[in-house]
Design a protein around this ligand. Structure first.
Ligand code: FES
Length: 238
């Protein structure tokens, strides 16, 4: 990024930013909301995989991912056209096509970024317009000493992989398998020595935008509360 400050126009509003800065954070800093899942402000090299942050740039033939679009002098950007809304809705439907949609029993219910984006894009979390794909995975993977992973809630945004890669350890989270079988997996020569480090870190659970990754301790507490509420509901006189 250069030190030169340039002026761009976003949705008719003139804003200034350092030349070469990624467009998405520039817009967010100026209160222009653009949905995103795979981007984090700490990333130098965003993966641009979720496609929720698409915008139109005057003079470019196709919409671009704003999370890795560098700001240039005079750029004219539209974040809110009908076409952009439709493209983001398609990207969203693809992301949720493998989601179990069990929000009521999810640890991230009401703080889930997917729920917030669904509202912004006027989309349901279980969509009939795109066939729901039930991935052949267990509901829960709990072989890590500290972490709990629910693959059917995971949107594979890769944020957990990124934050874990910032840690200098031999043991880490990463993508495993390919295509529709892709999953987040725990790699390392020995899982147990990593347990304490993971327990002290838990950055992956904090950065997860949905309820897919959580600490076992927190997850167990949450499930106990859900079960208690369900019991109390059953016992209430009708
Ligand atoms: Fe830009 Fe995901 S935030 S593609």
């Amino acid at each position: 990024m250069s030190e030169k400050i340039v002026t761009i126009t976003v949705d008719g509003k003139k804003i200034t930013a350092p030349e070469g800065a990624w467009l998405l954070p520039v817009c967010l800093e100026h209160d222009i909301y653009i949905p995103s899942l795979c981007w984090l402000k700490e990333m130098d090299d965003p993966p641009a995989s979720c496609r929720l942050c698409l915008v139109e740039i005057e003079g470019l033939p196709e919409p671009v991912a704003s999370c890795r679009c560098p700001v240039r002098e005079g750029m004219v950007v539209r974040t809110n056209s009908d076409e952009i809304l439709k493209l983001r809705q398609v990207a969203f439907r693809l992301l949720v096509s493998t989601n179990d949609g069990h929000c009521n029993t999810c640890i991230a219910n009401r703080s889930c970024e997917l729920q917030q984006i669904a509202k912004f894009l006027h989309q349901p979390l279980r969509t009939k317009r795109l066939r729901h794909i039930d991935r052949d995975y267990p509901e829960i993977i709990d072989d890590h000493p500290v972490l709990m992973y629910e693959p059917k809630k995971c949107v594979l945004c890769g944020r957990c992989v990124y934050v874990c890669s910032q840690n200098e350890r031999g043991y880490k989270l990463d993508f495993a398998k390919r295509g529709m079988d892709t999953i987040i997996s725990f790699y390392g020569s020995d899982i147990d020595p990593a347990a304490k480090e993971c327990a002290d870190c838990l950055a992956c659970t904090e950065i997860c935008p949905v309820g897919a990754l959580s600490s076992k301790e927190k997850w167990r507490r949450f499930i106990a509360e859900v079960r208690l509420k369900q019991e109390q509901k059953k016992q209430k006189p009708s």
